[in-house]
Ligand binder design. Structure first.
Ligand code: SAH
Length: 390
């Protein structure tokens, strides 16, 4: 049986295990069985010899062990595939574009699978998942009936696992859609997705429910900053707001425009740097009724947290100044290195500096198909505050 392969923790590793975090670093390993290979399911042993659970082993990454919710009886590939089936089952009732598998939170470390209507786009970011990729594709076909399956393994973290950085179509049925133009309905919109060259697996599906929540409140002249291909902008336009979208990427705005046309909506697309644009609006005395700020992660690493906090504060301060009384601010951060409390403090400081009365109406997170793991607080990465500003 595979779980006879085992890895023993040091005393420090045991402390980490007791905290419940799903990862163990290589420096916290005391011994690795001579039969253990990268990608194996292993039994984790305490120095006393007792069992400490089941994990996937990596022979390259500093993150040597990633726990999986299996027992010594179920520690085999069938056990992993049953976790896959359960993860997909939990998405019943989600829209036709949604996340089916969200890594550690679903007990499948390093595996991301997103569904876009008839197609799937996945990432295998660990040796454990990469080694099982061929079977994964077969299982996904059987479980979902997908007509097209695309691998987006073009993520640099794969290098830490000794894996190639690559992407491509892995399965296409005779009636498969064009991977660069996959259609799916989402929050009342008919959208096209580029699974080969779109960001991440093709789009940011973690904001789906937040877009619906914002559409329900958006009004008047609305500005979607860092719009990408228009997730928030199109939802607000459909709800009747007069929307301008700002992004530095012409390609993203071109897609936004196509999507708007297809849905009979009108969105002004501005190819600009948001920092400069907000400054220019302030100089011109422009005002808005709704502003959405959903930037890329400004704090990408622990060292970048201070600079990141300053950048968040700058755009929030400028946005607050541009809102008419009664206006709506939607402010987001997807930086895992900035926790909820720090993001709140950022808004407190921006509100004080702007001398505006900021009523927080909703504190939101990623959609429920991107669950966070209680014992890994950094997985609660997406913070969204919706506030009314006087
Ligand atoms: N709000 C989007 C996701 C944003 S992704 C959604 O709902 O899907 C981040 C976007 O910010 C990218 O499209 C990128 O092109 C853009 N971007 C990054 N820095 C920028 C800047 N300084 N000014 C304008 N756009 C920027």
């Amino acid at each position: 049986m595979q779980a006879s392969r085992s890895v023993t923790l040091t005393a420090k590793g045991v402390l980490r295990l007791r905290r419940g975090h799903p990862w163990i670093y290589r420096s916290d390993l005391d011994a690795v069985g001579s039969d253990v290979r990268g990608g194996d399911l292993v039994g984790v042993r305490l120095p006393s010899g007792k069992s400490g659970g089941v994990a996937l082993y990596s022979d390259a990454s500093q993150i040597a062990l990633r726990f999986v919710p299996l027992t010594s009886e179920t520690a085999n590939d069938d056990g992993l595939w049953s976790l896959l089936e359960r993860a997909i089952g939990r998405r019943a009732g989600r829209p036709e574009a949604c996340r089916l598998v969200h890594g550690d939170a679903d007990g499948l470390p390093g595996l991301i699978v997103d569904r876009y209507g008839p197609a799937l786009s996945y990432q295998c970011l660990t040796q454990g998942m990469a080694r099982r990729e061929a079977e994964l594709i077969e299982r996904l076909r059987a479980l979902t009936g997908a007509r097209l399956i695309v691998a987006r393994n073009d993520v640099r973290v794969r290098q830490l696992e000794g894996l190639a950085v690559e992407k491509g179509v892995r399965y296409a049925a005779d009636d498969a859609p064009d991977p660069k133009d996959v259609r799916a309905h989402l929050i009342g919109l008919d959208l096209d997705f580029d699974l080969l060259d779109g960001q991440k697996t093709g789009a940011f599906l973690d904001q789906t429910d937040n877009r619906a929540a914002v559409a329900a409140r958006a009004r008047g002249e609305a500005l979607d900053c860092f719009s990408y291909d228009g997730g928030f902008a199109l939802a607000m336009a459909r709800a009747g707001a007069d929307v301008s979208a700002v992004d530095s990427s012409g390609a993203a705005l071109a897609r936004l425009k196509t999507r708007a046309d297809r849905n009979g909506l009108n969105v002004r697309c501005l190819e600009e740097n948001v920092f400069d644009y907000l400054r220019a609006c302030e100089a011109e005395g422009r005002r808005f009724d709704t502003i959405v700020l959903d930037p890329p992660a400004f704090a990408k690493s622990r060292d970048a947290v201070d600079a990141g906090r300053r950048a968040y504060k700058e755009i929030n301060l400028r946005a607050l100044k541009l809102l008419r009384p009664g206006g709506l601010l939607v402010t987001c951060s997807c930086s895992a290195h900035m926790d909820r409390a720090s993001f709140d403090v950022m808004l407190t400081e921006a509100a004080a500096d702007a001398r505006r009365w900021v009523r927080v109406l909703e504190r939101r997170s990623a959609a429920p198909d991107h669950p966070a793991l209680a014992t890994a607080p950094e997985t609660d990465y997406l913070k969204v505050l919706i506030a009314e500003v006087d």
